[in-house]
Design a protein around this ligand. Structure first.
Ligand code: FE2
Ligand code: FE2
Ligand code: FE2
Length: 163
């Protein structure tokens, strides 16, 4: 814990730590969803989809890493038991329903839209009150928006390929 980190924020610390832990749990689930999706993917544009999923898995894990560091800096504890991830996550894990790329991409698109809302909310909460959490959340938000765009682009490509 960094003593000053706790003192300078103008938000309720307990509330902030609770929210950061929810986001932290969501990132691990997002990581696993992409990581597994990259292994299972089959069908249309498989190489491109699997490569993008693998890259996003890495980025979701980096997000978990940034959040864990910030939680510790604020004197909190990142969720200790993976059993608790799904209990805390508001953006839920979407277990792959089918292995076809279109289904997987659609499932990841839904997750990304939830993630965008999550970081927009954290940015709103921290704006002008906690610059460091704001900075981290704005960085993650930028990447979640890119992820959303890329999932939409795949769906558009699938659609065009049908015509
Ligand atoms: Fe993420
Ligand atoms: Fe993402
Ligand atoms: Fe990407």
């Amino acid at each position: 814990m960094a003593e000053t980190a706790q003192k300078i924020i103008k938000i309720n610390l307990e509330e902030l730590l609770q929210i950061l832990n929810e986001a932290y749990a969501e990132e691990w689930l997002a990581y696993y969803q992409y990581w597994l999706g990259a292994k299972l993917a089959a069908g249309q544009m498989r190489p491109a989809v699997a490569a993008e999923f693998a890259e996003h898995a890495k980025e979701e894990l980096e997000h978990a890493d940034m959040l864990a560091d910030r939680i510790v800096q604020l004197g909190g504890t990142p969720i200790l038991n993976p059993d608790d991830w799904s209990k805390h996550a508001k953006c839920k894990y979407e277990a792959p329903q089918k292995e076809d790329t279109a289904t997987l991409v659609m499932q990841n698109l839904l997750s990304e839209r939830c993630a965008v809302g999550r970081y927009q909310n954290i940015c709103d909460l921290c704006f002008g009150k906690d610059y460091e959490t704001f900075r981290i959340s704005a960085h993650i938000l930028k990447e979640e928006l890119e992820h959303e765009q890329e999932m939409e682009d795949f769906l558009k490509d699938f659609d065009l390929a049908k015509k």
